[in-house]
Write a protein that binds this ligand. Structure first.
Ligand code: B12
Ligand code: SF4
Ligand code: SF4
Length: 239
């Protein structure tokens, strides 16, 4: 996606990393993350990826840093922090506690909605996308970016688009999991992880990726490659 707010220049700064400025929002004042100076953030830019555009760049970095723990989180910090600092912003990451509401932000910034799997579905990328960080701007830094008028808040880029799941009557994603980990009560991470430890799970989902995610017909062109799939599955099973 092209940066909807080119004045901010974030897209250009992110380009060499393969990451994208996924969307922008003005957080509700009561929910706005507080900046180091004590002020609430006035503007948030979500940084992430659709498909595996960043993967070759990250993989090369990883070859040069083979002993780094949590490599994708570490790489994301190294990429996004200097960009945030250059624009007088601060940065938060999806796996840092307390967890920031990345999915809620994505719904507001991009107009995405949850699939029956809980993952947000994107009209173009399907289920093959994720978030690597969020740049937070105070009122003064946001003003300097001169893009506040373009940020529509709860009217994200895809808010008017048809939600792909609405016209998907067969819902193959809900039929593909060998242990029926998606229930009316939500996702059973315990049942999923127990299965991943069995020989069938090790040779199946661990090696080829989540069968439920893979059953979705939307955004197939952005399906992660084998190495990226195995990396995310390993991180999930160990988490
Ligand atoms: C804890 C966590 C998990 C837990 C529990 C997830 C769960 N389903 O409950 C575990 C370890 C099981 C997990 C697994 C995975 N996760 Co996870 N996870 C997180 C994490 C770190 C925190 C979520 C949270 O509680 N946030 C706090 C609340 C307050 O934030 P929130 O945005 O408002 O959350 C709301 C929504 O999540 C919403 N919601 C969640 N599920 C659903 C389902 C429906 C139907 C609806 C209506 C709403 C809804 O309700 C929450 C409360 O308001 C987020 C990163 C983050 N910071 O958000 C990633 C995140 C949600 N996970 C992500 C991913 C990709 C996965 C995995 C696919 C891992 C993998 N192999 O790649 C699996 C899939 C599991 C699944 N089907 O849900 C992505 C989702 C991207 C996307 N496309 O939406 C995130 C955003 C991380 C990222 N870097 O992009 N995850
Ligand atoms: S398979 Fe259908 S219902 Fe499931 S996530 Fe994809 S579009 Fe939505
Ligand atoms: S990884 Fe496999 S076991 Fe886990 S939810 Fe996906 S399909 Fe089910």
């Amino acid at each position: 996606m092209s940066d909807p707010h080119p004045a901010a220049g974030v897209a250009g700064l992110l380009e060499p990393s393969g990451l994208e400025a996924r969307g922008w929002l003005k957080p509700e004042i009561m929910e706005a993350p507080v900046l180091e100076c004590g002020e609430p953030s006035a503007l948030i830019c979500l940084v992430g990826h659709g498909g595996g555009a960043f993967w070759p760049i990250f993989a090369l970095w990883r070859e040069l840093h083979p002993d780094v723990a949590d490599p994708l989180d570490t790489w994301s910090r190294q990429v996004i922090r200097p960009i945030a600092a250059r624009l007088s912003g601060e940065v938060v990451f999806p796996s840092d506690k307390p967890w920031q509401p990345f999915q809620k932000w994505a719904m507001a910034a991009e107009g995405l909605r949850p699939s029956p799997l809980g993952l947000l579905i994107h009209p173009k990328y399907g289920l093959w996308h994720g978030y690597r960080g969020a740049i937070l701007f105070g009122a003064r830094a946001a003003e300097a970016l001169d893009c506040m008028d373009n940020v529509t808040g709860s009217n994200g880029s895809f808010a008017q688009a048809r939600h792909p799941c609405d016209s998907c009557e067969a819902r193959p994603c809900l039929k593909a999991c060998p242990v029926a980990a998606f229930t009316a009560d939500g996702f059973s991470a315990g049942d999923c992880r127990a299965y991943l430890e069995t020989p069938a799970g090790t040779g199946g989902c661990m090696d080829r990726g989540c069968l439920a995610r893979d059953a979705c017909p939307v955004g197939r062109a952005y399906r992660y490659g084998d190495a990226q799939t195995r990396f995310h599955m390993a991180a999930f099973s160990q988490g």
